[in-house]
Ligand binder design. Structure first.
Ligand SMILES: *Cc1c(COP(=O)(O)O)cnc(C)c1O
Length: 392
């Protein structure tokens, strides 16, 4: 079984593919034909790796969390993606895709963003590499995420409000797709997670796979073996998790755990736990598990963390779920909050609310004293201070 990469049509088992309007065929086919050759070329890798090291600040530390380990009586290592430039893993992908776009001769970048994190990462990459940047964002999200909107503007991006539908992420995606159809020659669409039509899930997973590549090297140095007993990450669309799992999915002895946002509870009607609630469907260009009604209407998700507030899941993860290669936990808002405060108190690290969902697995599952448990700390908590203050 190959879990890591899709087949030539972009399928992971029965999930994936490219379900797009005909008008997008030329854009997507151009990417499908060229992405692997470009990103695997020596020239590309030299520039990308140099930026990851000297601009993003990689390798990020693999930190042995002594106090947390003591509390849970197991060996916990945190992969510190929160220490990346711009404060999360998203920059790994944004930089990679903007470099790819340049090599495809594009001069203009579009992106969609919900909470603004992916918009900020993309605007950062465009400022650095000198490309025009347009970010589509729901009108409601623009109001809710003012600090990130300010960052994008200062970085030189144009933020365009999506004013149709619920005025949130899915409407921003529609606007971005419309733009891409109208500007196929000049423009690349930077998708922010392992979602979308083939080749985006594979493209994004490859850019994020640096996370597990480094974990292997760092564990080898620290404990003399490359493989931990467990890797744990939170899943919104699934990009930090895909990066954390990538080089371990074919290693049978490594157990894989994904944490989804349970919201107020999986049966509360206010949840984003896609593997528990989803059924087979097509969302944003690929076949996967989707939270939808019997007649295929997408159900509004809910999570306290904007980054996990998504009604789907990448096909890579849907496949791991279906094959039982990964174990999925749904973590409720209050459980994630508790773990954010706990990590802050025990280790002096304020995590993103998204990452706190991964930490909360420590309360759900019993690990052995000698188990080596690696948790991806996908981002820092600065952006969540308003929520934390309300719950202090
Ligand atoms: C966006 C975000 C996520 C969720 O996105 P994935 O693609 O599932 O990784 C998780 N953590 C942080 C800090 C984020 O900004």
């Amino acid at each position: 079984m190959n879990y890591k990469n899709p087949d030539e049509h972009g399928y992971y088992g029965e999930f994936g593919g490219a379900f797009i309007p005909e008008m997008l065929y030329p854009n997507v086919e151009e990417l499908q034909k060229n992405y692997l050759e470009i990103i695997e070329s020596e020239d590309f890798q030299t520039e990308y790796q140099d930026l990851l090291k000297n601009y993003v600040g990689r390798a990020t530390p693999l930190y042995f969390a002594k106090n947390l380990s003591k509390k849970y009586n197991t060996q916990i290592y945190l992969k510190r993606e929160d220490l990346n430039h711009t404060g999360a893993h998203k920059i790994n992908n944004a930089l990679g895709q903007v470099l790819l776009a340049k090599r495809l001769g594009k001069t203009r970048i579009i992106a969609e963003t919900g909470a603004g994190q992916h918009g900020v990462a993309t605007a950062t990459a465009c400022a650095l590499l000198g490309l025009e940047c347009i970010v589509y964002m729901g009108e409601i999200d623009i109001q809710r995420q003012a600090p990130n909107v300010a960052r994008m503007k200062m970085l030189g991006a144009e933020v365009i409000a999506a004013t149709s539908g619920s005025k949130t992420l899915k409407d921003a995606v529609n606007e971005a797709l419309r733009d891409w159809i109208n500007n196929p020659v000049t423009t690349h669409y930077v998708i922010g997670s392992v979602v979308g039509p083939h080749p985006f899930p594979d493209l994004v997973a490859r850019f994020q796979s640096i996370i597990s590549k480094e974990i292997k090297e760092q564990l080898k140095e620290k404990i003399g073996r490359e493989n931990p007993d467990y890797v744990i990450a939170c899943v919104g669309g699934g990009s930090n998790a895909a990066g954390t799992f990538y080089h371990f999915v074919e290693e049978k002895e490594v157990k894989i755990i994904a944490a989804e946002a349970g919201g107020l509870g999986v049966n509360s009607g206010k949840s984003a736990a896609t593997t528990f609630l989803g059924t087979l469907g097509v969302l944003h260009g690929s076949k996967s598990l989707v939270m939808q009604t019997a007649d295929g209407q997408v159900i509004e998700p809910h999570s306290i963390s904007a980054g996990l507030d998504y009604p789907g899941i990448g096909p890579f993860h849907a496949h791991l779920f279906q094959e039982k290669r990964a174990e999925f936990f749904s973590i409720n808002d209050d459980e994630a909050l508790k773990c954010a405060f706990e990590l802050t108190k025990l280790e002096g690290i304020i995590p993103a609310l998204e990452s706190s969902h991964a930490l909360a697995v420590l309360d759900k599952k019993k690990f052995k004293e000698n188990d080596v448990v690696v948790i991806c700390l996908s981002g820092r908590g600065d952006k969540d201070m308003e929520t934390y203050l309300k719950n202090l």
